[in-house]
Design a protein. Structure first.
Length: 309
């Protein structure tokens, strides 16, 4: 089986490659802006190939052996890591890279395209009603808008070229190499026994996905790439089995780490102050996805960082 992975040096991309690296029946073709970091850790594996390029550039000469892919997996994404990222920055990576990757892969032969989107495509949810794949979209920031546009672009490309695709909508993903987001903030502060301030009094419900659960679902989708009888493109929502209030998450982290941090709920609101409550029925029934509880995912995350829980 031949798999192309873009964004291969990123958090999720590199996690997938490490999971698949010992499977000699899978040949992995990596694309990344940062080839060096991948080569240093994975160069010993003969089934892994590396190619460094910028996918925002339309005309790139790929190596000749980059061809005939059973699955193309697109992890290339601009994350909302700071306030200086513009709408154009999101467009360049989240839409232009997708389009260029699709066109290049189509020329070289592909059977299935797997793309990663975000729960940011949904509007703010101030109720306790869960969202699923059919729920109304309505992103409230530039990142969410770019992710929703990338889904629409992919739908158009798939229909035009008659290639099957799968879209995964994800909440924040937590794992050893992910050094950002609310979960990592709580962890970092608790590790220093520092005070943890939680906006909106910590009443917002949050959902994080542990990296191993994501890789498990993705592995099923990769296996399905070889089933030529599957013609239908699908969108799947992934996440933990349940959501918790942010103050409950902070308390759990402090308790499990045996930290002396004080949790301080404050009234200050944040831009994304809605609830993230997910209905995973479709992924469970059709993919056989087996989501763990958020409590279990947090426990696994802390164990990765050396805590004996």
């Amino acid at each position: 089986m031949r798999i192309l992975v873009s964004g291969a040096s990123g958090f999720i991309g590199s996690s997938l490659i490490k999971y698949l690296r010992s499977n000699s029946s899978i040949e992995i073709f990596c694309i990344s802006r940062s080839e060096v970091s991948l080569n240093e850790s994975l160069s010993q594996y003969k089934n892994i190939h590396f190619f460094s390029c910028d996918l925002t550039e339309s005309f790139i000469e790929w190596p000749k052996h980059y061809e005939k892919f059973d699955a193309v997996i697109n992890f290339a994404s601009q994350q909302p890591t700071n306030k200086n990222i513009t709408e154009q920055d999101f467009y360049e990576t989240n839409i232009k890279c997708l389009t260029n990757l699709w066109k290049q892969s189509l020329r070289r032969g592909m059977s299935h395209f797997i793309h990663f989107s975000s729960t940011s495509v949904y509007p703010q949810n101030y109720s306790l009603i869960s969202v699923d794949e059919s729920s109304e979209t309505g992103p409230v920031n530039a990142y969410g808008r770019s992710k929703l546009m990338s889904e629409k672009v992919l739908c158009e490309l798939g229909e035009e070229d008659d290639i099957r695709f799968t879209i995964f909508r994800l909440p924040s993903v937590m794992g050893e190499q992910h050094l950002g987001g609310l979960m990592f903030t709580f962890f970092s502060l608790a590790k220093k026994n520092a005070n943890i301030e939680i906006f909106n009094k910590g009443e917002n419900y949050r959902n994080f996905l542990y990296i191993d659960d994501l890789i498990s679902a993705l592995n099923v989708s990769i296996d399905m790439s070889q089933n030529k009888d599957i013609k239908q493109s699908e969108t799947y929502l992934l996440g933990s089995l349940n959501s918790l209030k942010s103050i409950e998450i902070a308390r759990l982290v402090v308790e499990l780490m045996q930290s002396n941090s004080e949790i301080i709920p404050i009234e200050k609101n944040i831009l994304m102050d809605g609830n993230i409550i997910l209905d995973l029925t479709k992924s469970i029934n059709r993919l056989g996805f087996k989501p763990n509880s958020l409590e279990s995912g947090i426990t696994s995350f802390l164990r990765l960082h050396g805590y004996k829980i």
